[in-house]
Design a protein around this ligand. Structure first.
Ligand SMILES: [Zn+2]
Length: 394
């Protein structure tokens, strides 16, 4: 069995035992065997290995865990973005533009887009990436979206309930019946999760509850797009159903925050509902950012993700989201880096990623910087020097 030593690490973020909330170790080394972290310790005591990477005193972090991305689509909406920046408001209606383009695209076109964006994210340090369907909205198009997503990620999410497609505009009950019936049956073999856009203009709480319950009955885990555009019942619905994550959380009541905080006092990380914040969406829609400070102070587990999609957040960059979270959402750099790594892992109910402790997957990034602080301190600068995925240099 071949082993790889990453040596001469100036600052190692483990998210485990160590200094501060990031479990930092200084002058460290890690040994990788069979794609896993086999040993973590002081560089001075590093064991022998078949191969060695010299980190040159740089910082090493767990790879980013992007728990919210919509990569299966065709076309772009740059003109809609420009119109918004000229003063138009985002209403969610633009999703239908992408639905039309996606239905018309070939499998190979969709596959090429997924691979391009996944590659882009990997080069920016993302080693785990959730991928949603939601731009097909027919039985065949949702099934093929998930089939293509599953070629690239094990974290695939059925989002047939993204919007009610135009052909069902007058009969949303019929569309919910389609989602819960034949569409779910065709999607479930390729999906780990089910998700609903629970928002005015998309799905109301009764429809959202019905769809999520059907997904749960089919063995899928629950996630919810909630409270993005205004206050609403989505967050509390997610908590009620034991969702792994409620995503966006931009407009929260005190009761919403208390409901999320209540899950944190349950029986450990496996039962918590994480609040996943998506600052790329507020950036791209010029909207007020979610208040991460309020959630953290209440004891809620917070994750950061990109929401990468062609309409409202066309970024695949987790370092960009970290910088936004620090500058605009009241997070410290340590809180933002934790949320983008271990927090994302919690949002996917994973304990093998987002941490660099013995036994974890060897998904890690070497920065072109001496400290994780530089991710927020030097925004927009390509600081990812090297990415290891499952112990393999990319
Ligand atoms: Zn989304």
């Amino acid at each position: 069995m071949s082993s790889l030593l990453v040596d001469n690490i100036g600052e190692l973020v483990t998210n485990g035992v160590g200094e501060g909330p990031l479990g930092i170790r200084r002058r460290a080394a890690v040994l990788i065997e069979a794609g896993r972290m086999a040993w973590v310790g002081p560089a001075a005591y590093a064991p022998a290995a078949d191969r060695r990477i010299d980190a040159g005193g740089a910082a090493v972090l767990p790879g980013f865990v992007d728990s919210h991305a919509h990569l299966v689509f065709a076309g772009d909406r740059a003109a809609e973005f420009a119109a918004r920046m000229a003063g138009e408001r985002y209403t969610g209606g633009g999703i239908r533009t992408t639905v039309g383009a996606t239905r018309a695209a070939s499998d190979d076109d969709l596959r090429a887009t997924v691979r391009r964006l996944r590659g882009e994210a990997l080069r920016q340090g993302t080693t785990t990436m959730e991928i949603k369907s939601g731009y097909g909205l027919t039985v065949a198009d949702e099934a093929r979206s998930l089939r293509i997503a599953a070629e690239t990620s094990t974290e695939t999410t059925f989002l047939g309930a993204h919007v009610v497609p135009a052909e069902y505009a007058d009969r949303p009950d019929d569309y919910v019946g389609l989602v819960c019936g034949p569409m779910l049956a065709a999607a479930a073999p390729h999906a780990k999760w089910i998700d609903v856009f629970c928002e005015r203009g998309a799905f109301d709480v009764d429809h959202a509850r019905a769809i999520l319950a059907c997904g749960q009955a089919a063995g899928l885990g629950v996630r919810v797009h909630a409270n993005q555009l205004g206050p609403g019942p989505g967050v509390q619905l997610g908590v009620e159903l034991g969702a792994a994550s409620v995503d966006h959380c931009t407009h929260l009541s005190d009761d919403d925050v208390a409901a999320l905080a209540g899950t944190a006092s349950d029986d450990g990380p496996g039962t918590r509902t994480v609040a996943t914040l998506l600052p790329g969406a507020e950036f791209s829609t010029r909207s007020p950012y979610p208040d991460a400070r309020r959630l953290l102070d209440a004891g809620v587990t917070v994750a950061l993700a990109t929401d990468c999609n062609p309409g409202t957040s066309y970024t695949s960059s987790m370092p960009f989201c970290v910088a936004l979270a620090v500058r605009e959402m009241g997070m410290t750099p340590a809180e933002a880096v934790w949320a983008a790594t271990a927090g994302g892992a919690r949002a996917l109910r994973r304990d093998d990623v987002g941490v660099l402790t013995a036994g974890a997957r060897a998904d890690l990034v070497v920065l072109d910087a001496p400290s994780y602080l530089h991710l927020a301190y030097r925004p927009g600068v390509p600081l990812i020097r090297q990415v290891l995925l499952n112990g393999v240099p990319q």
